[in-house]
Design a protein around this ligand. Structure first.
Ligand SMILES: [Zn+2]
Ligand SMILES: [Zn+2]
Ligand SMILES: [Zn+2]
Length: 236
């Protein structure tokens, strides 16, 4: 189905003329009327007010047409993007694993149940999009079903960094360094893909992990990329 596009003077949700001002979301070009911002349910992936054209997932999430257009629903495609992401990070940083990590795509209630079962809670105001978990010998990255492709990829990069930390950084307990480094890997992976706008967004959008990302970027200015990785291996 083709995406319906509204003009610049129309609300992207209801199509009404924007006669009394409009809102935009932080990282998007679409404009929304005040009524839609106030009353419409929001897209589970991007937070945009939903228009008449939207998609309902089996676990209750609803997704806007823009997010749906690139959403990863097919497990085989998910696996392929996962493998491409890992290969890219290994090529860029040589962050290799000895034991390796399994991959599974799951729906929202399943991911919540796994997280509740000894996992790390998401930062305030954020949904869990992906999760790395070690259970005895089993190491697994769980990814949320139906994410837009670029969010999926960024989240895989972040969680893969945690898998690498699990193997190579035995002493690392600082949450700031753990999450800041995972964001740093995701940030550089976006740059590596040529998605500089999405990477730039990580430096400008408010996010609970952003101060920690800034700290690791500061570390990179002093030590270089290889220096950051060596620093992590010995960090506590
Ligand atoms: Zn509207
Ligand atoms: Zn959306
Ligand atoms: Zn994390």
């Amino acid at each position: 189905m083709a995406l319906r596009r509204f003009g610049i003077d129309q609300c992207a949700s209801c199509g009404g003329v924007l006669s009394s001002g409009y809102y935009t979301l932080l990282d998007r070009d679409e404009r929304y009327c005040p009524a839609c911002i106030a009353t419409r349910p929001r897209c589970a992936s991007c937070g945009a007010p939903l228009g008449d054209q939207h998609w309902s997932l089996h676990d209750g999430r609803r997704q806007c047409a823009v997010c749906h257009a690139t959403a990863v629903y097919d497990p085989a495609l998910a696996r392929q993007i996962f493998d491409e992401t890992v290969a890219g990070i290994v090529a860029q940083f040589e962050l290799t694993l000895n034991v390796g990590v399994a991959f599974r795509m799951v729906d929202a209630p399943t991911l919540d149940a796994i997280r509740g079962d000894g996992g790390v809670p998401p930062p305030p105001g954020q949904h869990t999009l992906g999760l790395y978990q070690r259970r005895g010998h089993l190491r697994t990255i769980y990814m949320l079903y139906g994410l837009p492709r670029l969010i999926f990829r960024t989240t895989v990069a972040h969680e893969y960094a945690h898998a690498w930390q699990g193997e190579r950084c035995p002493l690392l307990h600082s949450e700031g360094l753990r999450e800041g480094f995972a964001e740093w890997v995701a940030y550089h992976h976006l740059q590596w893909l040529g998605c500089s706008r999405a990477a730039q967004r990580m430096l400008t959008m408010p996010h609970p992990y952003r101060p920690w990302l800034d700290q690791v970027l500061e570390l990179e200015r002093k030590l270089g990329q290889a220096g950051v990785i060596e620093y992590l291996k010995r960090a506590e």
